[in-house]
Design a protein around this ligand. Structure first.
Ligand code: CAA
Length: 382
């Protein structure tokens, strides 16, 4: 076992840190306040290889490993969680499935523009009535004689939906078969039959745009079926395994930002004649924050390492996401508490970290679903 990062991994971490500090952190408050999508920063991230970190160079990406992805995501999320949401969807949810299951034509057509940050990608699984129970979807795709499909139905909570050019869509092609009746499709949002619905007003990650989408007799050609008919649920689950590494990294980034702000504050702020960091009650919180942060990072790197070795990492990704997201919620909560009134004020970033951290316990599988995945895999029972 070697705990050192490679030169390449350190290099991409450095690039992500530089852009995060110079461009993302200074505009984070503005983007949170206005909810404006940070297109210019996303383009910059794309130009520097950060929108397709694990995508091979021949498809427009940086060709790096999953550990590099973790390191970059942590830096971006530490500057602004909303930016890291957009980065994670392009990198993990959009590109991963196409790289693994897509044809050469699909990789060239759909992955390149997204990996280069020239276009935005999205992933459409959730529906108004089906979130955790993903197989309960109603969006239907009906096969035509020429091999194309006609899609009708709604999807909700689509991250980057308002700006996405391409979407990986999951729709039911044979309702009698349940999970085995779901098929994945590649959708071009400029084609007829694609509509955007209401944009969600959100508690946090406000600059990552989220909306409902609707398909009305939208035609997908046979060449845009991803993988095989009926393979969609497995594709979705495999992609989410990888996505959960990204969300764990995001949780670590926002938690680290809150932790570092707290470390500075407890040394400066005085009460009863000494820095509040000298009080044991504060020290206990600092120690617990540090332990949770380190544990989250090590667990996330373990999942990323397994992915890089082409080994199964479903349980490890869920362990990482569950641990890191609950740590992020706890750390940002304690950081607000330690900052007192200042933590509650919009004049500091702490309250934003607290609001942003919450989503990591919800999307790409709630904490309850992570526990279900871990326990099912550990016990073999369901
Ligand atoms: N990899 C590959 N295949 C998998 C898999 C995995 N990780 N997990 C399950 N499968 C396969 C199973 O092997 C099974 O196939 P077989 O019958 O051939 O064995 C099939 O999929 C069905 O599996 P289950 O019976 O376990 O399915 P289930 O209905 O019990 O659901 C679940 C399992 C874990 C609860 C799943 O529905 C789930 O993960 N739900 C959460 C969904 C989720 O994370 N949504 C997030 C939306 S996307 C999002 O948030 C994006 C964003 O905006 C940023």
């Amino acid at each position: 076992m070697d705990f050192r990062f490679t030169e390449e991994q350190l290099m991409i971490q450095d690039v992500a840190r530089r852009i995060s500090r110079e461009k993302i952190a200074p505009s984070a408050e503005h983007h949170d306040h206005t909810g404006e999508f940070p297109l210019e920063n996303i383009r910059t991230l794309g130009e520097n290889g950060l929108m397709g970190i694990e995508v091979p160079a021949e498809y427009g990406g940086a060709g790096m490993d999953p550990i590099s992805y973790v390191l970059a995501m942590v830096e971006i999320a530490a500057a602004d969680c909303a930016h890291s949401t957009i980065v994670s969807v392009n990198n993990s949810l959009f590109c991963n499935g196409i790289l693994k299951f897509g044809s050469e034509e699909q990789k060239q057509k759909y992955v390149r523009a997204i990996a280069e940050g020239k276009e935005i990608g999205a992933f459409a699984l959730t529906e108004p009535q089906s979130g955790s129970d993903a197989t309960a979807m109603r969006c239907k795709a009906v096969r035509q004689d020429d091999g194309s499909f006609v899609v009708n139905g709604k999807k909700s909570w689509i991250t980057s939906g308002p700006v996405a050019k391409y979407i990986v869509l999951f729709a039911m092609t044979d309702a009698d078969k349940g999970a085995k009746g779901i098929t994945a499709f590649l959708v071009d949002t400029t084609k007829p039959g694609f509509h955007r619905g209401k944009t969600e007003p959100k508690l946090g990650i406000r600059a990552s745009a989220t909306c409902e989408i609707e398909f009305q007799d939208y035609v997908v050609g046979a060449e845009d079926v991803l993988g095989e008919e009926g393979q969609g649920f497995k594709i979705a689950m495999g992609v989410l395994d990888a996505g959960r590494i990204g969300i764990a990294s995001q949780a670590i980034g926002v938690a680290r930002a809150a932790y570092e702000a707290t470390l500075d504050y407890v040394k400066e702020r005085k009460a009863f004649g000494k820095p509040i960091g000298a009080f044991q009650m504060t020290q206990a919180k600092i120690a617990d924050m540090k332990c949770k942060l380190d544990a989250s990072l090590l667990l996330t790197l373990r999942a990323a390492w397994l992915k890089g070795q082409d080994q199964k990492f479903t349980t490890e990704a869920s362990v990482a996401k569950l641990t890191a997201s609950e740590a992020a919620m706890w750390i940002t909560h304690q950081a607000v508490q330690i900052h007192g009134g200042m933590g509650y004020s919009k004049e500091m970033a702490l309250e934003r970290y607290f609001r942003d951290a919450k989503i990591t316990e919800i999307y790409e599988g709630t904490s309850e679903i992570q526990r279900l995945v871990i326990a099912r895999n550990e016990t073999g029972l369901r």
